[in-house]
Design a protein around this ligand. Structure first.
Ligand SMILES: Nc1ncnc2c1ncn2[C@@H]1O[C@H](COP(=O)(O)OP(=O)(O)OP(=O)(O)O)[C@@H](O)[C@H]1O
Ligand SMILES: [Mg+2]
Length: 694
């Protein structure tokens, strides 16, 4: 979440008339709220002169940290243009933090509002408080979630904040550019086949002067953009010129749409080029005849050159479709013109977010590859892939080489992790959990300290939430229920937990969230399961675990107990104890031991605790851990309290453990005490066990 407030507000409100201050605040809120919405966030509250904006709730996008930071910088810029009643400039303090929050309607019957609660709300507000005017401070989780190539930030070190238990790492954002290619820093690994195929297309483009289209498709984080970037380097070395566009899914900022990026790229300009350079480039283009005179206004608009009144009117008078078609024609003409000097590579990244105009632009470029040495690389996530639509069908006559990007191999993953500086068992753990997804690998390395806790790095969590948000309500609930059942589950179990006997998983399968695994269903990626699981409130989780426990009651004692345990149910200790006994009977002593120990930690009654401790002692003796067995039996003796029969059994166990540890005198002493009790109480079975031991 993002907290922003006006620097020097107290001073301002003391010096000016309340009505003027009120008007100013209105203006401020309007500016900040508009930007929040443009970047896909939502405005939660306006406490005093502050704004609390949420990114990732109620709708997650998968890159919510980036959105929040980009929005913050846009807010600073917009507010700089505003003026206080006395003409002095205004500035904001902004704090951004991320973490799990409960977003809900809260209050009393008289007054209810929609709020968010959680430690990160406080953190964001404290960061806002300590910032200077015009500054954006972010917490560690946000810093880690941002792709470093796009960010320039200065560390503020460890800072102690009011109401936050431990000092936290704080960064001050200096610059952020969401259009820069992310993730090009680490050493590139693998993808040899793809690079070899690309090399062939490059060779053909140079010889025959025609190009080709490469369509890179894969799950989020699989390395599509990185591969495109590496291929662009390869083309660069082969003497190509190249232009790249990244389709943005948020904040349609001026100068950032794909057609504009490609126009700039083909003229050798960047987003940072001065207006004068842009004007010169436009003039040269028109003079060279590559773009006809009548498109001067459109070219100027594409290059963000201020338009004359007349030009603006001419553009406004065009129909939407005409304007779109002409913009695309200008772009294509420029790319075509560039091919006179050298073959051209054009990259359009993330076309799953493409709007109509961008899709038109891509189709026009794809057609150009048939007659000109233009190689077009497109990347798309599977979710939202436009290929299966009419648009894709319209490209059928163009040869498209599809590269389905799969996971990296284990050795490549390990290489990637090692390159990032992680070695040893933690590196192996990362490789195992990421299952070949490079983004997950990188994120897990950044979160290596939390690996043991099985925490899901926030950036992965955000991606998972975005995919959840794209589902209909039934499928979302189903995926959450499935996450409670585990990485692998049966359709029957899922239907039972959902209380919906007809539920079919097609949308989940179609969106590659789950897949078939023999008779069972399985999450496509373990981290997706973890992320979905972590997206639920505790109470909801417990409710679903309880249903799952009921499903397994007659099927599997261990799973029944595990689910009751996670449901926080009062009968969990009893079920864990029963499961431990069942496992022990089936010669699975290790698993039995784990269950018994958990049972002991949950059990509250003395008699129950004594019984379970005896079981633990028995299992430990079986496993050959006599010293630990003795300790367990001693616990059992002390738990037995007034229950003589229980104590008698614990003593017999203890004697057995002492005997195996060769402490025979102590063993005899325990047997003597047990015998007296057993005779007094007439415990036949205990007596015979006792005599056997003697
Ligand atoms: N083969 C590779 N070798 C080294 N690093 C890689 C490789 N592939 C990807 N990466 C790194 O993994 C991260 C994620 O990759 P990338 O951004 O290319 O994924 P993506 O498929 O484009 O994801 P998205 O769907 O979110 O756009 C990046 O930081 C990238 O540098
Ligand atoms: Mg990408």
């Amino acid at each position: 979440m993002l907290f922003a407030d006006l620097a020097g507000y107290t001073n301002l409100s003391a010096r000016h008339d309340p009505e003027q201050v009120h008007l100013l605040l209105e203006q401020l809120f309007e500016t900040v709220d508009d930007i929040t919405v443009a970047y896909g966030g939502s405005v939660n509250q306006h406490p005093g002169d502050a704004v609390l904006a949420l990114f990732g709730a109620p709708v997650a996008h998968g890159d919510d940290a980036e959105r929040a930071v980009a929005a913050a910088l846009a807010m600073h810029e917009a507010v700089r243009q505003l003026r206080a009643p006395d003409g002095s400039p205004l500035a904001l303090h902004i704090g951004i933090a991320s973490g799990v929050v409960v977003a809900a309607s809260t209050g009393s019957r008289e007054h209810r509002i929609y709020t968010v609660t959680g430690p990160s709300v406080n953190l964001a507000s404290r960061l806002m408080e300590i910032g200077t005017a015009g500054e954006t401070l972010i917490c560690e989780a946000v810093f880690k979630a941002l792709r470093k190539e796009r960010l320039r930030a200065a560390s503020r070190g460890q800072v102690a904040l009011r109401g936050v238990p431990e000092p936290v790492s704080v960064w001050s954002v200096e610059a952020f550019d969401g259009t820069l290619p992310a993730g090009t820093s680490g050493t590139f690994v693998g993808r040899d086949v793809e690079r070899a195929q690309f090399a062939r297309i490059v060779a053909v483009a140079r010889e025959r002067r025609t190009g080709g289209v490469i369509y890179v498709r894969g799950d989020p984080g699989m390395g599509k953009s990185r591969l495109a970037y590496e291929l662009a380097q390869q083309a660069d070395q082969a003497g190509f010129t190249w232009a790249a566009a990244k389709v943005l899914d948020f904040g349609i900022r001026r100068g950032h749409d794909a057609t504009q990026q490609l126009v700039r790229g083909s003229l050798g300009l960047t987003a940072a080029s001065e207006e004068e350079r842009r004007r010169d480039a436009a003039q040269e283009t028109i003079a060279s005849g590559h773009v006809p005179d009548e498109h001067t206004a459109l070219l100027s608009q594409l290059l963000d050159i201020p338009l004359s009144m007349e030009q603006r009117r001419a553009i406004d008078a065009m129909e939407d479709a005409t304007r779109r078609a002409r913009r695309v024609a200008v772009m294509t003409a420029l790319v075509e013109a560039t091919t006179a000097a050298a073959p051209v590579l054009v990259v359009v990244d993330d076309i799953h977010w493409a709007d109509r105009e961008t899709l038109d632009a891509v189709a026009a470029l794809a057609r150009l590859t048939m007659t000109r040495p233009v190689v077009l690389i497109l990347t798309s996530r599977i979710d939202g892939d436009p290929m299966p639509s009419d648009w894709g069908a319209s490209l059928h006559s163009i040869g498209i080489m599809a590269l389905e990007l799969g996971p990296l191999m284990a050795a490549e993953s390990l290489q990637l992790v090692t390159n990032l500086g992680l070695i040893g068992p933690l590196a192996d753990e990362c490789v195992k959990r990421a299952a070949g997804n490079p983004l997950f690998l990188e994120q897990l390395v950044h979160y290596a300290d939390d690996l043991q806790k099985k925490a899901v790095p926030p950036s992965i969590q955000s991606l998972v939430l975005a995919r959840l948000d794209q589902l209909g309500p039934d499928d979302r609930v189903a995926l959450q229920a499935a996450s409670v059942l585990g990485q692998c589950f049966s359709l029957a179990a899922l239907r039972y937990v959902l209380k919906n006997g007809d539920y079919g998983c097609e949308p989940l399968l179609r969106r590659h969230l789950i897949r078939h695994d023999g008779e069972q269903l399985m999450f496509d990626h373990a981290l997706i399961r973890d992320g979905v699981y972590a997206s639920m409130l505790r109470s909801r989780c417990q409710e679903l675990h309880k249903r799952a426990a009921a499903w397994f009651a007659d099927i599997d004692a261990v799973l029944h107990a595990e689910h009751l345990d996670r449901a926080g149910d009062a009968s969990a200790a009893h079920a864990l104890d029963a499961a431990a006994r069942a496992e022990f009977m089936s010669y699975r002593a290790e698993s039995a031991l784990d269950l018994a120990r958990r049972a002991l930690s949950r059990a509250t009654g003395a008699a129950e605790r004594c019984e379970i401790a005896c079981l633990e002692g028995e299992i430990l003796s079986e496993l050959g851990y006599f010293e630990e067995a003795r300790v367990a039996y001693e616990t059992a003796c002390s738990e037995a309290a007034g229950d003589e029969a229980a104590r008698c059994r614990a003593r017999i166990g203890l004697a057995g453990a002492l005997r195996l540890a060769d402490r025979l005198d102590e063993a005899h002493a325990q047997l003597d005490a047990a015998e007296e009790a057993a005779e007094g109480l007439g415990l036949v079975a205990e007596l015979s066990r006792l005599h056997f031991l003697r």
